[in-house]
Design a protein around this ligand. Structure first.
Ligand code: AMP
Ligand code: GLY
Length: 426
């Protein structure tokens, strides 16, 4: 029987926990930090210093740790756990640089001939403007460091791009994270999220997902952390997945191993797919070193092989002896967001729930708090309604039916999650 600690307590971690709780070999689940959602599924572990975290993990006889958000990796907490002899499903800080620094990532993948957008990285405004002049709009500007998903700007107007570059490079826009920028050529196409489970030497891909990053229907409005996702994405056929594996993931993981930074955990490739001479070609947009959110919420209910068993195979570097299996179904998650998301924090609102038919799927708690015994919407992305079905259409219908069972003032959600695939099968 296993005791598992999940670092993080949002929707992604809630979804991981729902999956783990179905495993008869999982005894206790612990989470940190506190959140009213995950508090329903396990115990909360509070700590002030990394040393205190390590001591609590040892005292509670926690068998291993699953890392949710990238901050634990980039801040080096996972390295400290490794050093203390604690098993962690998540990469080292060095391997995590693929997400921690966009400039490092672009340099790294370019050295290994991974297809990606043409770019420069610079701290110099003059150099930035010279490169910008070589591009046609829209202009893609990225802050080098972590910016909680807000560090990418896509701008149509040259002068606006220059103005933003000035603000980034001076530290005004994103602090130190933006003092180095990556400027990229804009790639047209459709996006996929592809996840590889890696044990440092071998890897296996999970079914492709499609996220919807823009706030509004028809992919309008600002970028968000993701307003909904579904999996599997039929637009990723076997031939395309082979290209993603062979041209993008394998050279990256082999390169990391060669440079002494083997990657253990989840590598998440944000892919732009372009059609060239009738062939689909993948380009790497970004790497994340953890599960995506909301992608995790659609992968976890479809995952047949226990995640616990996957983690154990990764710790033993025996991933190649495990066949990771998925149920032959579809899942769709629709994010229900609070009134002012993603612009500013919203006023907490009480959430009311009606009973729902559990064969439709389930509701994931993300940005919620409990106040006087009642659940309040306190975060930006508050709930995810996860529909499960025999196909993507059924999953979608079920997800939207689930939304009818929740209400809070100001709630909003996209009505068109999955529109690309649904339009294609109409
Ligand atoms: P990133 O965090 O690098 O994935 O960027 C966030 C989002 O910006 C991506 O999901 C894309 O929608 C968009 N994006 C980033 N880079 C590019 C690019 N070179 N061309 C087109 N869109 C991009
Ligand atoms: N869904 C995108 C992310 O997790 O970064």
């Amino acid at each position: 029987m296993k005791n598992i600690l999940i670092l993080g307590s949002g929707g992604r971690e809630y979804a991981i926990a729902l999956h783990l709780l179905k495993d008869k070999f999982v005894d206790n689940l612990y989470f940190t930090p506190n959140n009213a959602g995950v508090a329903r599924l396990g115990k909360i572990l509070e700590y002030k210093t990394p040393q205190e975290l390590i001591e609590k993990i040892q005292d509670l006889k926690i068998d291993f740790v699953i890392v949710g958000p990238e901050a634990y990796i980039v801040d080096g907490i996972t390295d400290l756990l490794h050093i203390a002899g604690i098993k962690v499903f998540g990469p080292s800080k060095k391997a995590g640089m693929l997400e921690g620094s966009k400039a490092y990532m672009k340099d790294f993948v370019t050295r290994y001939n991974v297809p990606t957008a043409r770019y420069i990285q610079t701290t110099d405004l003059k150099e930035a403007i010279t490169f910008l002049k070589n591009l046609t709009p829209p202009y893609v500007l990225k802050a080098d460091g972590l910016c909680a998903g807000k560090g990418v700007l896509i701008l149509e107007d040259f002068n606006e791009a220059v103005r933003n570059l000035e603000e980034m490079l001076s530290g005004k826009a994103f602090g130190d994270s933006g003092k180095c920028v990556v400027i990229e050529e804009y790639l047209e196409g459709f996006e996929l999220s592809v996840f590889a489970v890696c044990d440092g030497e071998s890897f296996q891909v999970l079914p492709a997902c499609q996220d919807h990053k823009r706030l509004l229907d028809n992919d309008e409005g600002p970028n968000t952390g993701g307003m909904g996702a579904y999996s599997p994405a039929p637009s990723c056929d076997t031939a395309l997945m082979e290209k993603i594996k062979n041209k993008i993931l394998k050279p990256t993981l082999d390169g990391l191993l060669k440079e002494g930074n083997p990657f253990c955990g989840i590598l998440f490739a944000g892919i732009m797919v372009q059609e060239k001479n009738g062939e689909l070609e993948p380009f790497l947009l970004e790497y994340n070193v953890r599960f995506g959110d909301p992608e995790c919420e659609v992968l976890m209910p479809l995952l047949k092989t226990p995640l616990r068993e996957i983690c154990e195979h990764v710790f033993e570097k025996k991933l190649d002896s495990l066949k990771i299996e998925f149920y032959p179904k579809s899942a769709m998650a629709v994010v229900v967001a609070s009134k002012d998301y993603p612009y500013k924090k919203s006023i907490p609102m009480p959430i009311s729930f009606k009973d729902y038919d559990s064969t439709l799927g389930h509701i994931v708690f993300a940005g919620v708090d409990e106040i006087d015994g009642k659940l309040y919407a306190t975060g930006g992305r508050v709930l995810l309604c996860v529909g499960i079905g025999e196909n993507v259409l059924e999953a979608r219908n079920n997800a939207y039916k689930l939304i009818e069972s929740v209400y809070f003032e100001g709630m909003h959600y996209r009505k068109d999650i999955g529109y690309r695939v649904l339009n294609a099968i109409k």
